[in-house]
Design a protein around this ligand. Structure first.
Ligand code: CP
Length: 311
């Protein structure tokens, strides 16, 4: 099925074949950027960021500019008419006429889904509350494909705030659709993966899930370690955050027994959960991951806009 004109709200909106098409195109753009430098000439990306972002917003902007298109939007809802009480529906009805494709980040879960009901142009979820972050998942998958060569036969550990981390929810859900992937979920008891998500994965996929609070126990056998920060902005009180904020700090010593080809990923921003000494370890690929996110988003927008064939 063609990707042209479609919305991307949840990673499950894409089949594995469609995800592979986005990854393959993204890597082709990465290797041959000049071939794609004009494909979005005359196209406009609208960015609606109701919540703070560095990578998602700016990588989308970079992606559109690198394809010859233009960008408009807001990075702070307080500087838009949202401050005067304008609804999401009315904002989208207007932006729909100003741009050819839209990306929205919102603190409320489900806001991009609601927005998509008023958009005739493709609407992309740039992260909604503690729910989903599908383009971070595309970023994560293109990175895995780039460094591992394929997305299968992997033991993947997620560490940190698995309760509120939307990047974890999206990637876990998506990886569980791939062949022979098993998971180690490392978190304090207070920040375990939501029960409904774990249950949904176990009921629908043949995967092994180990839950533990210890970062070191499975270090020797994992292929990917996906670190996350404790999501301060989602806590109801500061005391709880302070109690949990230093739960895990990955440093070079903790990697001593890890595989030589371990991939350490992190959606970023980092607070203190990865020490700077890991940055110079060849296994730490989180900055390369952020870079590859630009190419994943170039591919996604090119396909949703129909400037490149879906297959
Ligand atoms: N990974 C990610 O979503 O980063 P930003 O919050 O900076 O966009």
């Amino acid at each position: 099925m063609s990707l042209q004109g479609r919305h991307l709200i949840d990673p499950n909106d894409l089949t594995l074949e469609e995800i592979q098409r986005i990854i393959d195109l993204g890597l082709n753009i990465y290797h041959h950027p000049a071939q794609y430098a004009e494909i979005c000439k005359g196209k406009i990306l609208g960015t609606l960021f109701y919540e703070a972002s560095t990578r998602t917003r700016l990588s989308f902007e970079s992606a559109m500019l690198r394809m010859g298109g233009n960008v408009l939007g807001f990075s702070d809802a307080a500087t838009s008419s949202v401050q005067k009480g304008e609804s999401i529906a009315d904002t989208i009805r207007v932006l729909d006429d100003y741009a050819d494709i839209l990306v929205m980040r919102h603190p409320r879960e489900g806001a991009p889904k609601l927005a998509s009901q008023y958009a005739t142009v493709p609407m992309i979820n740039g992260g909604d509350g503690g729910h989903q972050h599908p383009t971070q998942t595309l970023t994560d998958l293109i990175t895995i494909q780039h460094y591992k060569g394929e997305i299968k036969n992997l033991k993947v550990a997620f560490c940190g705030d698995l309760l509120f981390g939307r990047t974890v929810h999206s990637l876990l859900k998506t990886l569980s659709r791939y062949p022979n992937i098993s998971f180690v979920l490392i978190s304090p008891p207070e920040l375990k993966i939501p029960y409904h998500l774990k249950n949904d994965i176990l009921q629908n996929h043949d995967v092994e899930i180990i839950e533990t609070h210890c970062l070191e126990t499975h270090m020797h056998e994992i292929d990917i370690l996906y670190m996350t920060r404790i999501q301060r902005e989602r806590f109801f009180n500061e005391e709880d955050y302070i109690k949990l904020k230093d739960s895990y700090i990955l440093n070079k010593d903790k990697l001593e027994h890890a595989k030589e080809d371990l991939l350490v990923l992190h959606p970023l921003p980092r607070v203190n959960e990865i020490s700077y000494d890991v940055d110079i370890d060849p296994r730490g690929k989180y900055f390369e991951q952020a870079k590859l996110g630009v190419y994943a988003r170039m591919a996604l927008m090119a396909l949703l806009l129909g400037v490149v064939e879906s297959c």
